[in-house]
Design a protein. Structure first.
Length: 389
């Protein structure tokens, strides 16, 4: 029996696979998959426990509890300058931004539609395009600044371009898209009546004075954007699976239908706690940034003392290393071999660079470290890293 011709075109996530490999190699420090190894904020956890005790344990409204949609509306007006969002018409609460992204694509894509994706890219966007029937068109961000060639980008836009996926702050590169870059992308979207589908899951994790801008806040872009996000990274709650998609009423109606039939709803008591989280004050976000800035500096400085050649990130919590020279001198051929070498020689799990590219060979000299870890975890990892010479 022939199984799906679509699912046979992609593989399980390498990022998630590396966590399994780390678990199978006792003593390995997992700097692969991006999840914190420290406690989530006590006040948010207590709100969830309280919601369960109050018996908020049944399905919420399929597109999200009113309380969470209202808290979100206030938050995006405050932080993202999206000030005319209607919690009833423009918001769909989903199971993480993972579901928000695929539900959004399924809601807008027709056969023949193209979606532009920057490389390197977060792994999910490849399967997301295939599962929604979109034809992906790729454009490379040019290291070390991961800049955009706008002539090349303009040449990719055509009458079939339904959307461009933007991820800022960016995983894996740490690029934070500048206002001028987003304005140029917005101009192309408006000219071709294409959507910007923007994954802003790292919006509060920024360094060196970088500013997060939601493309939906730029003039004319509210109706041409779908803003995807979640509580996973900002509140260190990756296992709770609460996210959202914000879009025009017309697009939201379609996203809500996809979401309803995919998952019915996100976990009800955790939506209560998410509403509380979104109302946290400025100190919380300042503390988060300070913590991650220290973590970035600690790991980046240490990597600079190795031959692994790190590229400094300005947002998110990953560091990409371009290890071409090191690999040549050690006879290591692929990024998968490099990741296994680092597990063997330094007991550190990373993510092979190949998983962030359409053509795996393009990332074969790279590996990605994450630093969303306790100080002690990073110190232990750095001690091990010093074995790499
Ligand atoms: C860019 C990006 N988008 C989405 C996700 C997954 O988000 P969620 O936990 O909200 O599904 C990740 C997780 O690492 C990510 O890096």
């Amino acid at each position: 029996m022939e199984l799906s011709r679509i699912t046979s075109q992609f593989f399980e996530s390498v990022i998630r696979e590396m966590t399994r490999v780390a678990d199978e190699n006792p003593g390995t420090i997992n700097l692969a998959q991006g999840f914190p190894d420290f406690a989530a904020p006590v006040s948010i956890k207590n709100t969830a426990i309280d919601a369960i005790q109050r018996d908020i344990n049944q399905y919420s409204i399929t597109w999200g509890s009113r309380k969470l949609r209202e808290a979100l509306t206030e938050k995006v007006a405050r932080y993202n300058r999206l000030d005319s969002i209607d919690p009833n018409k423009n918001v769909t609460i989903t199971c993480g931004s993972t579901e928000a992204m695929i539900a959004s694509l399924k809601a807008v894509i027709n056969p023949g539609d193209e979606v532009i994706v920057f490389l390197p890219r977060y792994e999910n966007y490849g399967p997301d395009c295939l599962l929604s029937g979109a034809t992906p068109r790729f454009i490379s961000l040019k290291p070390p600044e991961y800049s955009i060639d706008f002539d090349e980008l303009a040449s990719l836009f055509n009458e079939n371009t339904k959307a461009i996926i933007i991820n800022t702050p960016n995983n894996p590169t740490g690029k934070v898209f500048e206002r001028e870059e987003l304005e140029s992308i917005a101009e192309l979207c408006l000219r071709h009546d294409s959507l910007a589908i923007t994954d802003e899951i790292y919006e509060h994790i920024l360094y060196d004075g970088r500013e997060h801008i939601s493309i939906a806040s730029l003039p004319g872009m509210q109706d041409n954007s779908i803003t995807v996000n979640s509580i996973s990274k900002t509140y260190s709650l990756t296992g709770w699976r609460v996210g959202w998609a914000i879009a025009s009423a017309r697009i939201s109606r379609e996203i809500k239908k996809v979401h309803d039939f995919l998952t019915v709803g996100a976990p009800a008591p955790l939506q209560e706690a998410a509403a509380f989280a979104l109302s946290m004050d400025r100190d919380y976000y300042d503390g988060l940034q300070e913590f991650y800035r220290d973590a970035r500096d600690t790991l980046y400085d240490a990597l600079c003392d190795t031959p692994l050649n790190p590229i400094k990130p300005y947002g998110a919590y990953y560091i990409m290393c371009d290890c071409e020279e090191f690999m040549k001198s050690h006879g290591i051929r692929t990024s998968a071999d490099l990741a296994m070498y680092l597990i063997r020689e330094a007991s550190i799990a990373t993510v092979p660079g190949s998983s962030f590219y359409e053509n795996p060979g393009d990332g074969d000299s790279q590996t990605r470290f994450c630093f969303c870890k306790k100080k002690e975890t990073l110190e232990a990892a750095i001690k091990n890293l010093m074995k790499i010479r």
